[in-house]
Design a protein around this ligand. Structure first.
Ligand code: G
Ligand code: G
Ligand code: NA
Ligand code: MN
Length: 250
């Protein structure tokens, strides 16, 4: 209870901030956007990772205000970036079970003037399987507004193909466990390649997470994956540290 009160005040006072990790086109190697990753800039404890507070926010009824504050800040930051760079923001499982999320997103877009065409929302299967009907409705409303939907951590959940079929998502994000394994276990390449083949057959875009070295970037690019993300391209960083990437994108 004490933690919840503290988290609420952190959200209200702007201590929850977006960090940004580059999304890179694997063919041209150009920056195409940033994933938004929440951090708590705690006055006594320093920068806290999402694992310390996102689940608490979700279960304590605070994920809505946390998300809205983060999205607002990310839209404002991205308005200063070169035109066309997109942002990808994570939705927690519970947010897909509440139809009001679509209105909440659209409010922030109209308030900031950020184009829905530059926004992608990342969802996980967990949020979808709990209540497929509501999730379908929510995602349809978001897509109707021009917002893209990515299925995060793809390959680690279950009922994946049914999800993909029923939800009409735009992109599969290949879970980093498959990608990181490439370096030590080359046969993992078959899984990465199979997911890319599946996505292509279904007309979906792909992003490979967890690219940590040049060999993986080359190999996964050659397999036909569209975008890459990982320490090789850049670590999650605060807005103030992005200038160099932005100049490169100009
Ligand atoms: O930034 P980091 O790699 O530590 O993120 C760990 C996990 O937290 C990732 O799975 C990421 O999707 C999740 N995450 C980061 N920011 C947010 C957020 O704003 N909302 C939700 N729901 N999850 C987030
Ligand atoms: O689940 P999600 O994709 O949102 O997770 C993003 C998380 O992955 C962040 O916590 C980020 O710090 C972490 N991450 C990003 N790039 C890499 C990488 O190249 N290797 C590893 N091991 N983790 C990464
Ligand atoms: Na994500
Ligand atoms: Mn992921």
């Amino acid at each position: 209870a004490v933690f919840k009160v503290r988290l609420r005040s952190a959200i209200e006072s702007g201590e929850i901030v977006p960090f940004y990790q580059p999304l890179v086109d694997l063919r041209s190697r150009r920056l195409v956007g940033m994933e938004v990753l929440a951090r708590w800039r705690h006055p006594e404890r320093g920068i806290l990772p999402p694992s310390d507070f996102i689940a608490h926010a979700e279960h304590g009824g605070l994920i809505g205000p946390l998300f809205q504050g983060l999205l607002r800040q990310a839209c404002r930051d991205a308005m200063r970036w070169p035109d066309g760079l997109k942002i990808a923001v994570n939705l927690a499982p519970r947010q897909l079970q509440d139809a009001s999320i679509a209105g909440c997103v659209l409010d922030v877009l109209s308030e900031t003037g950020f184009s829905p065409l530059r926004l992608e929302l990342e969802v996980t299967e967990t949020g979808i399987v709990r209540d497929l009907g509501t999730a379908k409705k929510v995602l349809a409303m978001l897509r109707a507004a021009g917002i893209r939907i990515a299925l995060d951590d793809f390959g680690t959940g279950y009922a994946s193909l049914r999800m993909v079929k029923e939800l009409a998502v735009d992109r599969l994000k290949i879970d980093r466990s498959f990608v990181v394994a490439l370096a030590s276990a080359p046969e993992s390449g078959r899984y990465v390649s199979a997911i890319i083949g599946l996505a292509r057959a279904l007309g979906l875009a792909t992003t490979a997470e967890g690219i940590e070295d040049t060999a993986s970037a080359k190999r996964i690019g050659a397999m036909g994956c569209d975008l890459g993300q990982g320490y090789y391209f850049g670590r999650p960083s605060p807005a103030a540290a992005l200038t160099e990437w932005m100049e490169q994108a100009e």
